[in-house]
Design a protein around this ligand. Structure first.
Ligand SMILES: C[S@@+](CC[C@H](N)C(=O)[O-])C[C@H]1O[C@@H](n2cnc3c(N)ncnc32)[C@H](O)[C@@H]1O
Length: 283
């Protein structure tokens, strides 16, 4: 990175780095996960999240992940000298997140003054639908960015080749059977509504013009293709401005012979990183 341009309102990237990021797709093959992290069915890679954080914020900013899982966003925030606030429903994942963060140095005061020494990662345990309670209880600052990957619909309860393999290895195939877990919503529509509601609840705690990056996938469920990323985007657009997407492709995943010899059934090896912005004119 060269010298910081004082006219750059969003980040500290060079013109070249800025331009490179605006391409709408990329290939990223996550590195092998560590023993504890593999327990979680859908952890995302920190270096990928670091790219979003360094584009959408400057050092010292506050990054929020309402579905924190094993804390990858918070680790990425730490690595990029930002503060992080993560909310996770399941104690077992929140504990892993805390453990990962404890191994990192420099747990300082939560601050938004852009000072390198002031960065802190906070893991809160509970339901993100109660985000307001957390902000009031802890007196948390307004956020500059949300980066998150919510449960991908009801998909983790599906029986398939992948979940069978994880089951045989004694790993989690679903986050929980907790009623508050979005992944356990009654049906697809209820899931979508609950998910969007969480982002609506979060809105008063986000700064004006702040961005949200929500990583989701479309998926096949009992022979029906669920365009989750698209449905979510169209519902979110009533509350936030959709600014675009970056498609994350993985090209090192096993191809399973779903539907072989009778029907097209995709091996979905891409995710949508949907980018929204909080704009004052949207209610
Ligand atoms: C796709 S995972 C996130 C993984 C995370 N990015 C990581 O790298 O570990 C979604 C997480 O949302 C959590 N979750 C589901 N419903 C929730 C809720 N209502 N409030 C907070 N967390 C919830 C699940 O327990 C799960 O860990």
């Amino acid at each position: 990175m060269g010298t910081v341009d004082p006219h750059n309102r969003l980040n500290e990237l060079s013109a070249q780095e800025w331009l490179r990021f605006t391409k709408t797709w990329f290939v990223h093959n996550p590195p092998r996960r560590k023993e504890k992290e593999i327990l979680h069915p859908a952890k995302f890679p920190e270096d990928l999240i670091e790219q979003f954080i360094t584009f959408f914020t400057k050092p010292g900013a506050v990054v929020v992940d309402p579905f924190a899982g094993t804390g990858s966003t918070l680790v990425a925030a730490y690595n990029t000298r930002r503060n992080g606030i993560g909310i996770e429903l399941q104690k077992k994942y929140a504990d892993i997140a805390r453990e990962r963060l404890q191994k990192l140095d420099g747990q300082f005061q939560l601050s938004n003054d852009g000072c390198e020494e002031n960065r802190k990662q906070l893991v809160l345990e509970g339901n993100s639908a109660e985000v307001e309670k957390f902000w009031r209880q802890y007196g948390l600052p307004m956020a500059d960015l949300v980066v998150t990957s919510p449960p991908y619909g009801l998909m983790l309860h599906k029986k398939g080749l992948i979940s069978k393999d994880r089951e045989e290895k004694g790993l989690d195939t679903a986050y929980s059977y907790d009623k508050e877990d979005l992944g356990n919503a009654e049906d697809y529509d209820q899931f979508l509504q609950k998910l969007v509601d969480i982002f609506i609840t979060l809105k008063p705690f986000l700064k004006e013009d702040s961005y949200l990056v929500v990583i989701l996938q479309n998926y096949m469920d009992k022979g029906e293709y669920k365009p989750l990323a698209w449905d979510f985007a169209s519902r979110m657009m009533k509350h936030y401005t959709l600014r675009g997407e970056k498609i994350w492709c993985q090209d090192n995943k096993t191809l399973f012979p779903y539907g072989y010899k009778y029907s097209f059934v995709p091996n979905v090896h891409h995710h949508y990183c949907l980018i929204f912005r909080k704009d004052s004119e949207k209610v």
